[in-house]
Design a protein around this ligand. Sequence first.
Ligand code: COA
Length: 162
Amino acid sequence: MITNIATERCVLSPISESDFGEIIPLFTNNEVRRYLGGPLSVEWAFNRLNESLLLNNDIRFVVRRRETEKCIGLVFITPHHNPADSEISYMFMPEYWGKGYAFEVVKRLLEFCRDELKLARVVSETQTANVRSCHLLEKLGYMLESKVERFGAEQSIYAKDL
Ligand SMILES: CC(C)(COP(=O)(O)OP(=O)(O)OC[C@H]1O[C@@H](n2cnc3c(N)ncnc32)[C@H](O)[C@@H]1OP(=O)(O)O)[C@@H](O)C(=O)NCCC(=O)NCCS
């Protein structure tokens, strides 16, 4: 069973249905969804979240600030398009960008992948145009492995040995 994970300023908890109300604004936000295919409607987001809870191979955490217990983001560990790899993905509300939260949380998630999931490597795929995301991955020590055309845009596939 997956339990909570703590970082310096945040706590990551496995998503449950009671979190949906707080999580849905991430999926409907224009800025958050800019490089993720655009914002979803509330109904779509709700259905997608419900479906995702049924996918046993996926690990999805809601990220809360310890200080306020407010939801600030989501992080996922899911099978990648190349099924040999596990993929880490992340999204944070814009008011929490530029404060080091994504770095702090994904850094801890990489340790979790290594120590608890016993993974030897992970990948993260992000649109090449998503400069903030590419910068985050490079700062975390990922290496750019390849570029592919997917979802109508150039995607950069970054990999990190754990
Ligand atoms: C991609 C995304 C997570 C990046 O978030 P971010 O806030 O830019 O990333 P970080 O947490 O690394 O914060 C960056 C800045 O915070 C600054 N910062 C401020 N306080 C800090 C602190 N206490 N500790 C560390 N850094 C701090 C850093 O200087 C850093 O800037 P730098 O790397 O240029 O020095 C965010 O833009 C996002 O959620 N986008 C929408 C979803 C998305 O596109 N996801 C990618 C596809 S999977």
